[in-house]
Design a protein around this ligand. Structure first.
Ligand SMILES: [Zn+2]
Length: 350
C-alpha cells in the first residue's frame, strides 16, 4: 500500500439492507454514495431460496457488474415484485467507484481482503463472510472488468464440476487460479460454487449485455441445470502459474518511448493476451538490470529467469507462454500487476 501510515480514508462500515434502496437502479455510479453510504450488503427477496450471491464494484473503476444489477432490478421490476430467486448483493468500494479508481491509495484492494489481515477492510470482509455463512447462498458470482484487451472469461479457484459448469455457462475461456488467494471468490468457494466474471473493458456494452444475460440465467434456471455441463462442452481452460510485476514506482512506456523510462514495452502488448507467445518473443526493453520484470509463482518463489531473459536490455520470453491481463494502464500495473502467465489446463471428463 502506498501510504499505510498516513491513512485519511475512514474505516469502512458494512451497511445492511433487507430491501432494495429506491434509487439504486437509477443512480449514476458517480453519485452512488447518495444511495449507499458505504460498502453494502443488500438482501433482495425472491420466490426461491437459497440466494444467489453477487458482488460488484470490489474495484471502483469496474462498473459492468453494478450496471448489470441495475438492469436486472429494472427488468424484473424488483422494487415492486419478488425476484425469481433471492439475491444477496454486495456492493464493495463505493468511494473508489465515485472517484472512478480501482482503489484509493491509502486503502487496500477490496479484492485482496478476504483471507485475514489487520486493516479495517479485513473486518468488513469477515462480516460479509459471516452473513454469507448465515444465508448459505447456492452459488456466488463476482463481476469484474479488465483494463487491458482480453476476451470475456470466467475464473474459478476449484475445478469441481459445479465450478467448471458455472464458468463455462459464461465463456468458453476459463482461467483456474489459486493465487492471489485473498480474493472474494476463493473465500466464497468454501461456501458454494463460485465464479469470477471478467467482462472486458468497463463501460463496454458487449460486456454489460453478457453479464446481464448470465445473471438472468443464474436467477431463472434450476440449480441442477446451472451446475450441469451445457451442450457445447468445448472449453479452453488455463491455469495461472505466474504473476508478473514491475519495480515499485518504475517509469513505464509503450511503443517508441520518447524521454526517460525504466521499462519500455511494445505497443501491441495487449494483443498477446490469451495467445500462445513463442520463446524468443521480445516484449520490450529495460534501461538497466535493476529495473526489470519479476515473475512470482504460486508458491511465492521468484521464477523470473525461467520465463524471461534480459540480455542487452531486451526483455525476451525464454519459453512458450500464454499471458493474460497484460495492460498498458500504468496505475493498474502498479496497483495490481503487469499481467499473468498461464498454461493450458486440460480437465478430465471434458
Ligand atoms: Zn477487478
Amino acid at each position: 500500500m502506498d501510504n499505510l501510515n498516513s491513512r485519511k480514508t475512514p474505516p469502512p462500515e458494512l451497511h445492511l439492507f433487507n430491501s432494495i434502496p429506491e434509487r439504486l437502479s437509477t443512480v449514476p455510479v458517480k453519485e452512488l454514495g447518495s444511495v449507499l453510504p458505504g460498502p453494502s450488503l443488500i438482501e433482495i427477496p425472491g420466490r426461491i431460496s437459497p440466494p444467489l450471491f453477487i458482488s460488484v464494484l470490489l474495484h471502483g473503476n469496474e462498473t459492468t457488474g453494478f450496471l448489470a444489477m441495475q438492469e436486472i432490478i429494472r427488468k424484473f421490476d424488483l422494487l415492486k415484485k419478488r425476484s425469481p430467486r433471492e439475491i444477496l448483493l454486495f456492493v464493495g468500494n463505493i468511494n473508489a467507484a465515485m472517484l472512478g479508481v480501482r482503489r484509493q491509495t491509502d486503502e487496500p484492494d477490496y479484492n485482496r481482503i478476504w483471507n485475514n489481515g489487520n486493516q479495517p477492510e479485513h473486518l468488513l470482509a469477515e462480516e460479509v463472510l459471516r452473513q454469507v455463512s448465515r444465508r448459505k447462498p447456492f452459488a456466488a458470482v463476482d463481476i469484474h472488468n479488465n483494463t487491458g484487451k482480453n476476451p470475456h472469461y470466467a475464473c474459478i479457484n476449484r475445478t469441481d464440476d459445479a465450478f467448471v459448469n458455472l464458468a463455462r455457462r459464461f465463456s468458453k475461456t476459463i482461467v483456474y487460479f489459486t493465487e492471489p488467494h485473498e480474493v472474494i471468490s476463493m473465500a466464497l468457494s468454501r461456501h458454494c460454487p463460485s465464479v469470477t466474471l471478467e467482462c472486458g473493458f468497463s463501460g463496454d456494452s458487449g460486456g454489460f449485455c453478457h453479464a446481464c444475460n448470465y445473471l438472468e440465467q443464474c436467477l431463472t434456471l434450476p440449480q441442477e441445470e446451472l451446475f450441469s455441463p451445457p451442450t457445447n462442452r468445448h472449453n479452453d481452460v488455463f491455469h495461472t502459474i505466474g504473476r508478473i510485476t514491475v519495480p515499485y514506482r518504475s517509469q513505464l512506456g509503450f511503443g517508441s518511448c520518447p524521454g526517460q523510462v525504466d521499462l519500455c514495452f511494445r505497443d501491441d502488448l495487449e494483443k498477446l493476451n490469451f495467445t500462445t507467445v513463442p520463446a524468443g518473443t521480445k516484449l520490450g526493453e529495460s534501461a538497466g538490470n535493476i529495473n526489470n520484470l519479476k515473475v512470482t509463482d504460486n508458491k511465492d518463489r521468484d521464477v523470473t529467469t525461467e520465463y524471461f531473459s534480459f540480455d542487452d536490455n531486451a526483455i525476451t520470453t525464454r519459453k512458450t507462454m500464454t499471458p493474460s491481463m497484460f495492460t498498458k494502464n500504468e496505475t493498474i500495473i502498479h496497483q495490481d500487476c503487469f499481467g499473468y502467465i498461464m498454461e493450458p489446463y486440460p480437465l478430465e471428463n471434458q
